[in-house]
Design a protein around this ligand. Structure first.
Ligand SMILES: O=C(O)C(=O)C[C@]1(C(=O)O)C=C[C@@H](O)C=C1
Length: 187
């Protein structure tokens, strides 16, 4: 990564794991949250962002196919990699507890990471654009039959309660992030 980079694009809004990765691994950069991985990659290709952080693989899920595909774009190059430990919690609104939940929403990668916890529960899993978006939508719905799987930071930001902690279980749950630049940026 070069010293000249200033704007970093990433998936999610406040409280996403990608945001946590940005704050840790590329601090002092201006954050540009976007709604999906393709928009993040496009922002770097088109020059509206100087770099991007994208999750490339997870210790439970394996490679994140969509992101691998985007990173094959000839205008992009990976300039660094960092790993983030991911702790996933079940969040609910006021009045919710484990017995009121019927639907659970999160990013598909997070839902897979929690499969051992979710298996055997008769909850309907609803994919969301990111863990933080699942938390934001839950807070807006204020519906005690719904839950989101997201970070502790997302619980605080969206005023949600943590109903159950560490759904990823005890084994290490690590997501590897790629730091990406436009290939010709400093040519
Ligand atoms: O949804 C988020 O919070 C993200 O940053 C995405 C993402 C991913 O796609 O792997 C990042 C880290 C975790 O593995 C779960 C979700």
């Amino acid at each position: 990564m070069t010293a000249a980079a200033r704007i970093v694009a990433y998936l999610g809004g406040n409280g996403s794991f990608s945001e946590e990765a940005c704050r840790r691994f590329v601090p002092a950069h201006q954050l540009m949250p976007l709604g999906d991985f393709a928009s993040v990659a496009r922002a770097v290709c088109q020059g509206s962002a100087d770099l991007a952080l994208l999750p490339v693989s997870n210790s439970r899920v394996g490679p994140i196919a969509t992101v691998r595909h985007l990173l094959a774009h000839p205008e992009l190059r990976v300039v660094g990699e960092q790993v983030l430990g991911v702790r996933l919690h079940l969040l609910g609104c006021e009045g919710a507890d484990i017995t009121t939940i019927r639907h659970v929403s999160s990013h598909p990668a997070a839902l897979i990471q929690c499969a051992p916890y979710l298996d055997g529960r008769e909850w309907i899993a609803i994919p969301a654009a990111s863990t933080s978006e699942a938390a934001r939508q839950l807070a807006a719905s204020n519906d005690p039959s719904r839950a989101a799987i997201a970070s502790e930071a997302a619980a605080a930001i969206y005023g949600l309660r943590v109903l159950a902690r560490d759904l990823q279980g005890e084994a290490e749950n690590i997501t590897r992030f790629a730091i990406v630049e436009r290939r010709d940026q400093f040519a």
